[in-house]
Design a protein around this ligand. Structure first.
Ligand code: ATP
Ligand code: PRP
Ligand code: MG
Length: 296
C-alpha cells in the first residue's frame, strides 16, 4: 500500500511526526526524493505537493493520501466514511486534527461588497476555482471566477477582482491586506483520504487504526500508583478511568497491610486535580506517564 504525503510546506513535518508516532517510521531519504520505504514492507510513501495528493489518490498512484480537505474538495467529490461514495469521490476516513483553516469569501474592508449578493456580475479571484464555483452556485450568485496561484489577497487592490476566496487561519493576512470576511466557504483540516475501492482493505484498516490510536492517546496520560487494599473503592471513585482502572495485588507493606497497584488512563486536564484526590485517599508512589498510542 502506498500513502501520499506532502513533500514540503507546513503539512510536511506534522505528517511525518504522525507517521512516526503511528509506528510507520519512514526510512531516511535525501531531500525531495519521490518515494520512501517504511518499517512495514507493505507500506511505502509517495511524496507530492499537498495540492496534487488528491489526484494521485484518485488516479491510483497512491492508495491513501494525507492532505487538507480544501485540496480534496478542489480536486473533486469528497464522501465521508459513513456515506456512500460516488465514482471518482475520495473518502474522508479520518480528521487528523492539524492544518486547521477556513476558506472564506473576503472583500476590501471599506468597499461596496458587504454581502455575497453584492458580488452578482462581479469577479472573485481564488486558488480554489472549483470550490468557489460550487459555493457561488449554492448561494445562487452569478459571478466570474478568476484563478490565481498565489498572492490572492492582492487582487482586489489592483482591480483584478471584487472579492477573493482564500485560506485564513489567524486572520492576520486578511487584516494586513485590509480585507473583511463576508462569508465562510469551507472549514478545512488535514484528513486521511482513500479511494472508495480500497476502503475496508486490511492494510488500509491497519493504517487507519494506527492513526486513530495516536489521536486517542493525545491529551491522555497513564497513571500508576499503589493504594491500600481497603481503600480501593475510594481510589476507584476518584479515577475517571477509561472503562475502570486495572488493579493488581502487590506485596503487603511493612506493617502487613494489603496493597494494590492501580493503573488507569485519564484525561490530561484531569491529572492535576486527580493526583491530590488520590493522595487524600491513601495512594502512594503515583506515576504519570505519556501514552504513545491507545487502541480503543
Ligand atoms: N495559514 C494556514 N493555517 C493552517 N493551515 C493552512 C494554512 N495555509 C494552508 N494551510 C493548509 O495547508 C495546505 C497546504 O498549503 P500550501 O499548499 O499553501 O502549502 P504551504 O504549506 O503553504 O507551502 P507552500 O505554499 O510553500 O507550498 C492547505 O491546502 C491548507 O489545507
Ligand atoms: O490567516 P493567516 O494566519 O494569516 O493565514 C492565512 C495565510 O496562510 C496561507 O499562506 P502561506 O503562509 O502558506 O503562504 P503562501 O501564500 O506562500 O502559501 C494562506 O494562503 C493565507 O495567505
Ligand atoms: Mg501556503
Amino acid at each position: 500500500m502506498r500513502i501520499a504525503v506532502p513533500n514540503k510546506g507546513r503539512l510536511h513535518d506534522p505528517t511525518l511526526s504522525l507517521l512516526e508516532r503511528a509506528g510507520l517510521h519512514v526510512e531516511e531519504t535525501a531531500d525531495r526524493q519521490l518515494y520512501a520505504d517504511t518499517v512495514d514492507p507493505d507500506v511505502s510513501i509517495l511524496f507530492a505537493r499537498a495540492a496534487d495528493i488528491p489526484e494521485y489518490v484518485r488516479d491510483g498512484a497512491a492508495d491513501v493520501g494525507i492532505t487538507g480537505l480544501d485540496q480534496a474538495a478542489e480536486s473533486g467529490g469528497v464522501a465521508d466514511a459513513a456515506s456512500a461514495a460516488k465514482e471518482g469521490d475520495l473518502v474522508d476516513l479520518l480528521d487528523l486534527g492539524y492544518g486547521s483553516c477556513k476558506l472564506v469569501l473576503a472583500a476590501p474592508e471599506d468597499g461596496d461588497i458587504s454581502t455575497v449578493a453584492d458580488l452578482a456580475g462581479g469577479t472573485v479571484a481564488t486558488e480554489f476555482p472549483a470550490v468557489t464555483r460550487d459555493y457561488l452556485a449554492g448561494v445562487g450568485v452569478d459571478a466570474d471566477v478568476v484563478t490565481v496561484t498565489g498572492a490572492t489577497e492582492l487582487t482586489p487592490h489592483v482591480d483584478m477582482a471584487d472579492a477573493i476566496v482564500d485560506i485564513t487561519s489567524t486572520g492576520t493576512t486578511l487584516k494586513v491586506n485590509r480585507l473583511a470576511v463576508i462569508d465562510d466557504v469551507l472549514d478545512s483540516s488535514v484528513r486521511l483520504f482513500a479511494r472508495p475501492d480500497v476502503v475496508g482493505d486490511a492494510k488500509v484498516e491497519q493504517v487507519l487504526t494506527a492513526f486513530e490510536s495516536v489521536l486517542a492517546a493525545d491529551g491522555r496520560r497513564y497513571l500508576m500508583m499503589n493504594a491500600p487494599k481497603e481503600r480501593l473503592d475510594e481510589v476507584k471513585d476518584v479515577i475517571p478511568g477509561l472503562g475502570g482502572p486495572t488493579v493488581m495485588n502487590v506485596e503487603a507493606d511493612e506493617n502487613g497491610n494489603g496493597m494494590v497497584a492501580v493503573h488507569a488512563v485519564v484525561e490530561e486536564r484531569d491529572v492535576f486535580a486527580t493526583i491530590s484526590e488520590l493522595k487524600s485517599v491513601g495512594a502512594t508512589g503515583i506515576l504519570v506517564t505519556e501514552i504513545e498510542r491507545l487502541v480503543e
